[in-house]
Design a protein around this ligand. Structure first.
Ligand SMILES: *[C@@H]1O[C@H](CO)[C@@H](O)[C@H](O)[C@H]1NC(C)=O
Ligand SMILES: *[C@@H]1O[C@H](CO)[C@@H](O)[C@H](O)[C@H]1NC(C)=O
Length: 108
C-alpha cells in the first residue's frame, strides 16, 4: 500500500512537472525578445516605459514597446512614428536610468 502511494505520488509529481513545462515554454516564446509579427498601434508616450529594437537573432525585426503595465507591443519598424519613438526614447534615457518625460508618466 505504501509503495502504491509512493508511486502515485511520484506519478503526480511527474505529471505536474510535465504540465507546467507547457505554459513555461509558451511563455518563453511570448515573453521572448522576438516578435511574431507587428502592426501600427500608436501608444501614448506617457504609457511607454521602454522602447527597443528586437535583437539581431530575430527573423522579424520590430520596435518593441513596453507599457507601464508591462505589456509588450510589437510595432512596424518601417513606420515613421515608431522610428521617431525609438529615437526619442533613446534620447530621453541618455545619461539616466529611468526614462524622462514625456515617457513613463502614466500609472498602470
Ligand atoms: C497590434 O498588435 C498588438 C500586439 O502586438 C495587439 O495587442 C493589438 O491588438 C494589435 N492591433 C491591431 C490593430 O491589430
Ligand atoms: C516608471 O515610473 C515609475 C513611477 O511612476 C517608476 O517606479 C519606474 O521605475 C519607472 N520605470 C522605469 C523603466 O524607469
Amino acid at each position: 500500500m505504501k509503495t502504491l502511494l509512493t508511486l502515485l505520488f511520484l506519478t503526480l509529481i511527474c505529471f505536474l512537472h510535465h504540465t507546467s513545462a507547457g505554459p513555461v515554454a509558451v511563455e518563453m516564446v511570448v515573453m521572448g525578445a522576438c516578435c511574431p509579427g507587428y502592426n501600427q498601434t500608436r501608444i501614448p508616450k506617457a504609457r511607454v516605459k521602454h522602447v527597443a529594437m528586437t535583437p539581431d537573432g530575430c527573423t522579424d525585426k520590430a520596435v518593441v514597446v513596453t507599457t507601464v503595465c508591462n505589456k509588450k507591443f510589437c510595432i512596424d519598424p518601417s513606420w515613421i512614428w515608431a522610428r521617431n519613438l525609438l529615437k526619442e526614447f533613446k534620447k530621453s534615457t541618455a545619461g539616466s536610468t529611468s526614462p524622462r518625460a514625456p515617457f513613463n508618466r502614466s500609472r498602470c
